[in-house]
Design a protein around this ligand. Structure first.
Ligand SMILES: *Cc1c(COP(=O)(O)O)cnc(C)c1O
Length: 368
């Protein structure tokens, strides 16, 4: 073949694509999925819905996903007790796509986004892809956002976007509504939008503690959520956002790709949302299992971050990679992410969690 130098963007050279191992091991606890597969009843309903949507597959799907957005509105009212109209809801292929649309619409070369590390590892990528400057204010030693420091940074740097994952990934802790309101008020004065990434909201310990409750109170808030975690629909690729104003949704429509959400995805998601009652039990099992993992890890003498999510962040290990590898050799896959010396484990089925805890005890014992 003729020699050819690929004209890839300079700033992408040498980067590795986002991703975690997808090995099939006895306990796959590394990407915070719901470990329970869909029920037989849901699978049958999905097959019917997809079959029925297929009748019109020669046509483009509903560009605005009206029916799905109205299902999401009803779900949020059931889940959070707040009514958000369809004109303030938007859906896409995972909340990752929502976030990328937010950066396309509100980011850009002359703009900046403020984040609070350690946090979700995709935020730098959205910034890079949209040429938005990434600003950071580190969390304190308890992984909490220092609200005073955050406000000062917002006042001085005037970021267009302020990104707060709550519950935060990989640390698991949520921000209090009080602190969140302080930051939202501050950003409102400097013309910034606050994005609250609530991918793990359904696992929160305080049911009233969701930013969805602030959407009617402030004009500059976007809450992103997903069906990938509590909903057990990671393979379906559906995420959404709830916004303060229809103007925000309109802005996202300007940058979305035409027909971004397939007819099959829309039909499947509507069906999954109608079966949310099946989730209640799963989520309560996962919550109880999370609390069990936290107390078992503490009983081993480890440091454990408080968790409002379906994963637990724990440490500290002088050589975390050795612990990760040791677990891997046992057939337990967890995540080596975030600050050094810490590890993250997703909550699995009760059997998987027990196996993880037993394996960890062995790995720690043999590493001494
Ligand atoms: C998992 C996760 C998401 C969800 O991504 P999807 O694209 O919806 O699968 C979003 N934000 C955070 C912080 C996450 O951990």
């Amino acid at each position: 073949m003729t020699e050819f130098e690929l004209p890839i963007r300079q700033d992408l050279i040498g980067h590795t694509p986002y991703g975690a191992p997808q090995q099939s091991v006895r306990a796959r606890l590394n990407v915070n999925e719901n470990p329970f597969p869909p029920s037989v009843a849901l699978r049958e309903a999905l097959a019917l819905a997809v079959s029925s949507a297929s009748e019109n597959l020669n046509r483009y799907p509903d560009r605005e996903a009206e029916q799905l957005r109205s299902s999401l509105s009803a779900y949020i009212e059931r889940e959070s007790g707040v009514r958000i109209g369809v004109d303030r809801i938007w859906a896409a292929n995972g909340s990752n796509e929502i976030m990328s649309q937010i950066f396309s619409a509100f980011g850009g070369p002359d703009r900046s986004a403020l984040t609070f590390p350690p946090t979700y590892s995709m935020y730098p990528e959205y910034s890079r892809n949209s040429f938005t400057q990434l600003l950071t204010v580190d969390r304190d030693i308890n992984f909490e956002i220092d609200v005073e420091e955050a406000s000062q940074a917002i006042n001085e740097l005037r970021p267009t976007l302020v990104l707060i994952a709550s519950p935060n990934n990989p640390t698991g802790n949520a921000i209090s509504l009080h602190d969140l309101e302080t930051i939202i008020q501050c950003a409102c004065r400097t013309g910034g939008l606050v994005i609250v990434d609530e991918a793990y909201a359904e696992f929160r310990r305080d049911i009233d503690s969701t930013a969805v409750r602030l959407l009617d109170k402030y004009p500059n808030v976007i809450v992103t959520r997903t069906l990938s975690k509590a909903f057990g629909f990671a393979g379906g690729r559906v995420g959404y956002c709830l916004t303060s104003t229809p103007a925000i949704v309109h802005s996202l429509m300007l940058v979305r790709l035409p027909y971004h959400l397939s007819a099959l995805t829309q039909a499947a998601a509507i069906t999954a949302l109608a079966h949310d009652f099946e989730l209640k039990e799963q989520v309560s099992i996962l919550r109880a299992q999370r609390n069990l993992i936290v107390s078992e890890l503490q009983a081993m003498g480890l440091d454990v971050a408080p968790s409002d999510a379906n994963f637990v962040f724990f440490g500290t290990f002088p050589n975390r990679h050795a612990i990760w590898q040791g677990l891997c050799d046992h057939g337990v896959l967890i995540r080596e992410t975030g600050p050094d010396h810490w590890l993250r484990v997703s909550v699995g089925t009760p059997e998987e969690n027990q196996f993880f805890l037993d394996s960890l005890r062995e790995v720690i014992r043999s590493s001494r």
